[in-house]
Design a protein around this ligand. Structure first.
Ligand code: BGC
Length: 459
């Protein structure tokens, strides 16, 4: 399956319309100094009003699938209880429009815009959030489950907890200590489990997964030792202490204790926290029961993962068994200064499918670039074409070697509100002029459409 992805707060706008409840990003953006360009998602791409045009654009490009998120507070203004029919109807109409144009809808239930009312009750720190999230998942899947068959529960707990509750860089901007942060993660995992049950009830023939993120380590050389080192480093959980193997690449696991993969995904797919992570976090690990782990460990149909950038390692004779290999000076970077590391689209699917035995969806991948409309009215984002082609060739290699790949979603369909960066980073394959809301296909959109239509043959 080939598609593109977006998220509600980043594109919808209509922040205070038709009964939508306030969410933590509405509030965060109003706080002085939080967003680099002082902007907000109040209007964003105005997709709430322009969705027919946007779906027509998807069809013009040739996308087969579209991954979008529903806004919890637009559907349930207080997070629980009363349903805002207008909000729910918006998504229902969007789904109809997609199906009408032959684009398969994929829903993410939570892409960071937590209702403010729930934040005031403690948000992810409150153990009741599993009930709140299950209630919301039931409402959405009961309404849309007759037409939507693919579901992701949460997008990137590494970010909405790691940056929302630990570094404070993202809404709600908290800086809690490690034990509280691990508690919040545990609640998010429980909420995931409960929402899977709710989706299965609301949409019995649906397929369900999650969309976490992480940075895959890839081997310097394809020797058995380096491959084993990369596998180990990919799933490594840094603790809080001086025992983190340092790295020069800000994408390596060493930057934050919450920035890792397996603490979030092992519970989902294996029913336990990783042994090495339990050791690393020690007494900060929250108390949990066997029943908790069973609830978290719901059967899932696929393993979704958002992959942007990775880091290179080799086998080493140290306590970790691996060490980071710094990227050569002057290595390619995106506009955001993220390293360009196509290898992760081979090694990621390989390592994840080996460890969890599930088909893989790349739920996000893409890059920001400083795009503008040229004098001829074109947007020549050739760097993006080169980036996506290089990543997809690696993805193709994984497919050819038999690793199970179910789909790829390019981030993003439209230029949009890039969280604390505001509108300064453009990730879209469709350019948005935020003054006029005019959409223009970038060259990458035309190129990617052919990939979608040829099922990757034209790579
Ligand atoms: C998120 C998107 C974000 C993108 C680029 C992912 O972490 O899911 O919402 O825009 O990366 O930063």
């Amino acid at each position: 399956m080939w598609g593109a992805a977006t998220a509600s707060y980043q594109i919808e706008g209509a922040a205070y319309e038709d009964g939508k409840g306030e969410n933590i990003w509405d509030v965060f953006c109003r706080e002085e100094g939080r967003i680099a360009d002082g902007s907000s998602g109040d209007i964003a791409c105005d997709h709430y009003h322009r969705y027919p045009e946007d779906v027509a654009i998807m069809s013009e490009i040739g996308l087969r699938a579209y991954r979008f998120s529903t806004s919890w507070g637009r559907i349930m203004p207080d997070g629980v209880g009363a349903i805002n029919t207008k909000g729910l109807d918006f998504y229902s109409q969007l789904v109809d429009e997609l199906l009408d144009k032959g684009v398969t809808p994929y829903i993410t239930l939570f892409h960071w815009d937590l209702p403010q009312a729930l934040h005031l009750k403690g948000g992810w720190m409150n153990p009741d959030i599993q009930n709140w999230f299950a209630e919301y998942a039931a409402v959405v899947s009961e309404k849309l489950g007759d037409r939507v068959k693919h579901w992701f529960t949460q997008n990137e707990p590494q970010v909405f907890i790691g940056h929302g509750y630990c570094t404070g860089a993202k809404a709600p901007g908290l800086r809690y200590g490690l034990s509280d942060v691990l508690q919040a993660i545990h609640h998010s995992l429980l909420a995931h489990g409960r929402s899977v049950q709710a989706i299965r009830a609301g949409c019995p023939d649906g397929l369900v997964g999650a969309a976490p993120t992480g940075t895959v380590a890839f081997p310097e050389n394809e020797t058995e030792a380096d491959i084993a080192a990369a596998r180990k480093a990919t799933f490594y959980v840094p603790g809080r202490g001086p025992n983190n193997p340092g790295g020069t690449n800000s994408w390596s696991v060493s930057q934050e204790p919450t920035w890792n993969i397996s603490w979030y995904t092992d519970p989902l797919f294996l029913g336990n926290y990783p042994e090495q992570g339990l050791m690393a976090f020690g007494s900060d690990v929250p108390k949990y029961t066997e029943e908790d782990m069973q609830l978290i460990h719901q059967p899932l149909d696929f393993c979704g993962i958002n992959l942007y950038s990775g880091w290179q390692v080799r086998a080493a004779d140290n306590a970790f068994g691996w060490e980071e290999v710094p990227m050569p000076q002057g290595s390619p970077l995106t506009a955001f200064k993220w390293p360009v590391t196509p290898e992760i689209l081979y090694w990621g699917p390989r390592f994840f499918s080996e460890r969890y035995g599930k088909p893989i969806y790349i739920t996000e991948n893409g890059m920001s670039s400083n795009d503008w409309v040229d004098a001829e009215g074109r947007i020549g984002d050739y760097a993006r074409i080169d980036f996506v082609r290089a990543y997809l060739r690696q993805y193709k290699r994984a497919a050819e070697e038999g690793y199970p790949l179910d789909g790829y979603f390019l981030w993003s369909l439209l230029d949009n509100f890039e969280w604390p960066e505001g509108y300064r980073e453009r990730f879209g394959i469709v350019h948005v002029d935020y003054t006029t809301q005019k959409r223009t296909l970038k060259e990458s959109a035309k190129w990617y459409g052919e990939i979608c239509q040829s099922n990757g043959e034209s790579l």
